[in-house]
Design a protein around this ligand. Structure first.
Ligand SMILES: *Cc1c(COP(=O)(O)O)cnc(C)c1O
Length: 361
């Protein structure tokens, strides 16, 4: 077999080995069909079964209530920054939003094109290294919804509790944490996630939305940008990203085999604890996020010396630990340890860091 690396990319990210192997097995002829899934009509019974199974497995994994639609869309999480306000910012033409990083900012900028955005809190004062404290009074009822970014991919922070939004629908960008830990879908009005972090290949975006919120979207928004269009047509109003959905389906099956999100969360907690423990005890490396708001998925860290950081990233690459360079706005390093990153990958990274530290102390 070809040599594999441990890929710590923030996205597109690594996929589970079992999924890649299954896709390889299916590559020339899927299930006796004589063709690859990407050559298949999306209207064929074989494909209908693929998308139906993917949806059913996702519903089971996240325990999605029946009054929520599950949509497989295109355009990435970035299109959701516009689609959400287009469809939901209808009554008050005002929303509340929390600014916890670049993705939040982009969501806020798009929403502003459709109405008023009240930014209730921000962590920009400290390079987004924490989640702001949020009190119930911030969320006045004169808004259509509240927008948050559950896990901040670039800065490595995450919410550890729900914002006290009262009866307002909570909308969350879960691109970099969906399926990583248990959530209660009913706490949210709408959840969206681009697939390329924790679900599958780039090209499909998953939206989970409470049906009553999108039923009355304005008639004048473009057909393809109305959630209802996709909900009414089982995500097949037009050709869906068929292959990406197929791979996402394999990822869901793999998670079910593992024992579900609870099991996955346990492993993710162990992986993150191992890495943060090492960082907290290191004499060379330190984590850029302190305390409770640390992400389990994206772990930014630095040596404090930009030249040494560069050397570390280059040396790590030679050792088969790739894509550890941090986002340019934070600098240093970032290890993205999504669901598909095995515990052995994290152990290898820690061992390599310990060796680097011994050489450079
Ligand atoms: C990656 C990411 C995005 C952007 O996703 P695209 O699918 O590239 O549009 C948005 N939000 C978060 C939290 C992300 O991690």
């Amino acid at each position: 077999m070809e040599e594999r690396v441990y890929n710590f990319s923030a996205g597109p990210a690594c996929l589970p080995m079992d999924v890649l192997k299954q896709a390889q097995k299916d590559f020339i002829s899927y299930g006796g069909s004589g063709m690859n899934v990407m050559e298949m009509s999306h209207r064929s019974p074989e494909y209908q079964n693929i998308i139906d199974t993917a949806e059913a497995d996702l519903r089971e994994l996240l325990n999605i209530p029946d009054n929520y639609d599950v949509l497989f869309l295109q355009g990435g999480a970035s299109l959701q920054f516009a689609m959400v306000p287009m469809n939901l910012m209808t009554k008050y033409k005002k929303i509340h939003a929390v600014n916890t990083g670049q993705w939040s900012k982009k969501a806020i900028a798009e929403a502003k094109k459709f109405g008023e955005v009240n930014v209730v809190a921000s962590s920009e004062d400290k390079t987004f290294s924490y989640i702001p404290e949020l009190s119930a009074e911030l969320f006045t009822p004169d808004a259509d919804y509240v927008h948050i970014t559950s896990n901040n991919t670039i800065y490595g922070t995450k919410y550890t509790k729900l914002p006290p939004v009262g009866n307002l629908p909570l909308v969350s960008d879960m691109s970099s944490c969906i399926l990583s830990e248990k959530i209660n879908v009913a706490d949210y009005g709408l959840i969206y996630a681009g697939a390329q972090k924790n679900i599958g290949p780039a090209g499909v975006t998953i939206v989970i939305v409470r049906r009553d919120l999108v039923e009355n979207a304005p008639e004048d928004i473009p057909t393809m940008l109305r959630y209802k269009t996709h909900a009414d047509n089982g995500s097949m109003f037009n050709t869906p990203p068929t292959y990406a959905i197929y791979i996402a389906g394999l990822v869901f099956k793999n998670l079910k085999r593992l024992g579900g999100i609870g099991e996955m969360e346990k492993i993710n907690r162990e992986k993150a604890a191992m890495l943060y423990d090492f960082l907290d005890n290191s004499s060379l490396f330190s984590a850029t996020v302190a305390g409770a708001d640390r992400s389990m998925m994206n772990v930014p860290f630095v040596t404090g010396d930009a030249e040494l950081d560069r050397e570390f990233v280059a040396e790590a690459k030679k050792a088969g630990l790739v894509n550890l360079k941090g986002h340019r706005s934070v600098g240093g390093m970032r290890a993205s340890i999504y669901n598909a990153m095995p515990e052995d990958g994290v152990r290898s990274l820690i061992a390599f860091m310990a060796g680097f530290e011994a050489k450079h102390r």
